[in-house]
Design a protein around this ligand. Sequence first.
Ligand code: SF4
Length: 697
Amino acid sequence: MTQAREVRTTCPYCGVGCGVLAKVAADGAVTVRGDPLHPANFGRLCSKGSALAEIIDLDGRLLHPEIGGKRTNWDDALDLVASKFSQAIEKHGSDSVAFYVSGQLLTEDYYLANKLMKGFIGSANIDTNSRLCMSSSVAGHRRAFGSDTVPGTYEDLEKADLVVLVGSNLAWCHPVLYQRIVAAKDKRPGMKIVVIDPRRTMTADIAEMHLAIAPDGDVALFSGLLGYLAAKDRLNRDYIAAHTNGFDEALAAAPSLADVAAWTELSPETLSAFYALFAASEKTVTVYSQGVNQSVSGTDKVNAIINCHLATGRIGKPGAGPFSITGQPNAMGGREVGGLANMLAAHMDIENSEHRDRVQRFWASPAIAEKPGLKAVDLFRAVGDGRIKALWIMATNPVDSMPEADAVQAALAACPFVVVSDVLARTDTARHAHVRLPAAGWGEKDGTVTNSERRISRQRAFLPLPGEARPDWRIIADVARRMGFAEAFDHQHQAAVFAEHAALSDFENGGARDFDIGRYAGIDAEAYEAMQPFQWPARPEGRESIRFFDNGHFYTPDRKARFIAVRAHEKAAPNPAYPLTLNTGRIRDHWHTMTRTGKSPRLSQHIAEPFAEIHPLDAALHGIADADLVRLESPHGSVVVRALVTMRQRRGSVFAPMHWTDQFASNARIDTLAPAVVDPISGQPASKKIDIRMHKL
Ligand code: SF4
């Protein structure tokens, strides 16, 4: 009998990135507890993290490679993938192929996928489900700071006198971070919380103020705040003069209080109370999440928030700053390796020829991508209209999670060649694969992830690889070698991939970019195994190591931050055929399309079936009573869910979670309702403002 052992790893769910201790008993039974030494959670775990041991069984797993639904061996599967991609590239060009990857991948997987597509295939057609999560924040950061830098840390939230949570149900979606704020507020009852959300979520229960804002009212709200700060002489004019550009233009775009009230549907008194609190609280952190990002004006919302922090100099200081919280465990790691179609590795810019040249020389690659590739929505459109001849989907389920999900399904069904690498055999996406490749899951693979505060932590294996499953990085390297790139993909260990990623971050850099983990460039397998969680930048000895922006220097050419003049769009007239607004989101105990959390009966006890939160007056208008079955319809699809009539919902709005698929409930795929409408700058879909109608079944 083997001895019991405990392995230090990281939770695979949300962007908080909690440390987990996984104990494997002598009989093989696994239990988990929070890692008391991990700086993200100090021993805490939420309900999902606590149930991790319940989702690691092999039920439903893809354990062998398959071609055409039939078991095959790795060599045949990999040969076919490599030859189909090579043939498509040869016949139709490098932009005829694409990868759609995931914030669930580890950084090492993400790095090699990006390297293969951008540096060796020579296309930037690699996008990720993180496009659906935080790409508006990326775009907003780059506009304001010249870099995709998240300046905040979790400690800042605990040190703040005012925490403003915008479009963020932290209590359910980032529970351990929420617990940290609750604990900080218990210690310092003077700390104030404001929640800005159309819906009164559980998060609002600890807030001094809940602003039930009209959907997409955030640009007006924060532009109005900028105007208020100027009118009340609460600006930091020295900071604005020394460290920023564009203030006057941004201020000129600020609406009047009356206009803000009209846009947000908040009373002037409520607005003034919030503005006064913000103006008076030097230590303010503004946290934003999907309610900000998933919008046609997501990037403008981010910049409207950042503008207020720049105008008050509340950035780069303890307890102050704008703070984007990511949804997925490794959305940040994906950004670091350039896993978005419009980015290059190590936070370099694909549209900058010097950056392209630098990355190409580092990789010694034959064909660097010359222009941004297709972002997620456009990528699946290109699959649908036949421009993409070969598509590889890794660790994600777009048939259920993309907007216009039925159109995505039809596109995959018509695509000449689809590869899916996943842990599960029969997701709604995997059903459409010509080749299925069995990937290693959480607990079986080794690598790194980066959480929302830029902290890189190890995920460690504590289980044997089941069947013939392989880590994703290895599958990608196996295909790359077969495509003729053996030398550049000869990594024998995940540590070698991480070391290369770290070396690229420091290559001809000299600390000139924000993302720099050059200290790890020479890391070997032993040191990688022992790696402790750390935050970047992690620069070589003697090089400046900083709290971002504490010196007032940004990553723009003149080192000054940029105000962006943002204006609220005209309010769209109500759509008489679809008069209600659907807001989609997560619930506390399920994750994404439930491929893992759906395995735990304990997690399903919290909320057992798909539902829609409806305001009592809307329910009455439609003859709907609590617990009735209702049909929600948009021009793109329809679903059937249980009515939950509640005053927590705004009049005219409906909330429904995005988790359920046909595997768990029939006719409840919420993303079939969402239109493929995106923010024009970030390309992020607007999943929180969907025109629908409803009726009782
Ligand atoms: Fe995992 Fe997020 Fe819960 Fe932490 S808060 S245990 S990272 S799901």
